[in-house]
Design a protein around this ligand. Sequence first.
Ligand SMILES: Nc1nc2c(c(=O)[nH]1)N[C@H]1C(S)=C(S)[C@@H](COP(=O)(O)O)O[C@H]1N2
Ligand SMILES: [Mo]
Length: 430
Amino acid sequence: MSDQRKHPARGDAFDSPSAPVAPSRRRFLTHTLGIGGGLVAYGATGGAALAATAGGAAKSDPAQAELPEAVRWKEADAFVLHGRSPITLESKRSAFGSSGITPANRLYVRNNLPVPDARIVADPNAWELTVEGVEQPRTLSVAELKTMGLTSVAMVLQCSGNGRGFFAHETSGSQWRTGAAGNVIWSGVPLKTVVEALGGPVDGVKFVTSTGGEALPEGLDPDLVQVERSIPVDKGLDDVLLAWEMNGAPIPLAHGGPLRVIVPGYYGCNNVKYVKRVALTSAESTAKIQQTSYRIRPIGVSGAPDQPSMWDMNVKSWITGPGADESLPVKSGRQVIHGVAFGGNEAVESVDVSIDGGKTWETAELIGPDMGPYAWRTFALETNLPAGTHRLASRATSASGERQPEARQENERGYGNNSWRDHALMVEVG
Ligand SMILES: Nc1nc2c(c(=O)[nH]1)N[C@H]1C(S)=C(S)[C@@H](COP(=O)(O)O)O[C@H]1N2
Ligand SMILES: [Mo]
């Protein structure tokens, strides 16, 4: 059940209206992972305490000054900071808005490695990409890529572990709830256009393998740390974009600028930031992140290449209000329940909403622009909420008829959670 915490110490501060911290002081939530990842505790820090520890950073918002440098431009109050290194920054449930697009300053961030030097985005056009596995392999600058083609796509960027915080077993990894996701518009050149311009694929290619441009720590086997992901070549040539723009501006460093691989419909890890090499390959990358991490397997079982890879996303939705986080108390009477829904690797067809924990359902309205199959849509249901405590739930169905299940699929790493029950929102209506 979404409001029952698996570990008391992990008491969720941001979905529970009865959190033990006064909303006005709950400006900025942090949690710390004990050594070994066992104990997780949410702490709440008031503005005054933060100001005292801000180290004199010249920012008017003390919470913002506490953010890691690469994300300090973001709206601190919209986030829960799970970790500074690697950066693990989760959007609050109330931070998504209802107009469909997730603003850059409210979009979650996940970096497995230290963020590259900010100088790489000073002159984005100078960034270079090496393309291999084509008849005429070449290194191209972003400036050249910009002359080859242009398209744009709206898509849900979502970490495989979004919803991991609801699993009952001890999961290693960030304890994301609903906020390791966003809906973002990207512009760039289709990978297919670039591949064709370079003479087409060589024989025998099965995958598109993309390598992140981070500097790797010395003395370690690169395969252990390298962010290098492979996806099926058909998906790569149908849908992949080499993108330099996000929501109308050059991609910020934290989100993978100057150049990022965009795989609409696939989980976050496949969207390689700071991409320096794209290769059409006959085999999947030998990197750990491809071979054994991001694999769905039973609890207690180690990752292995024959297990399903975190590629295409499943159908999912969650309610974003009213009553999420430290928002105003919910009054009884007429209310508009709203949230976000997406089909995964296809469009979303419909959303049902329940105000009684899933006993009865009503069809919600899909509002706002339809930004294509890979984007999410806002849904809304006007209803009457009586006083009392209610469990608000939403359940999406995709274009091919996949429906969000009641229960999550149990798995070791806590990936792919789309359980409607886990994602329900408890609200107290006064
Ligand atoms: N080069 C590189 N690309 C990366 C990562 C990374 O650490 N390095 N993290 C991946 C993961 S796990 C996710 S969920 C998304 C997060 O994207 P965002 O930080 O823009 O939200 O980027 C993916 N691409
Ligand atoms: Mo992720």
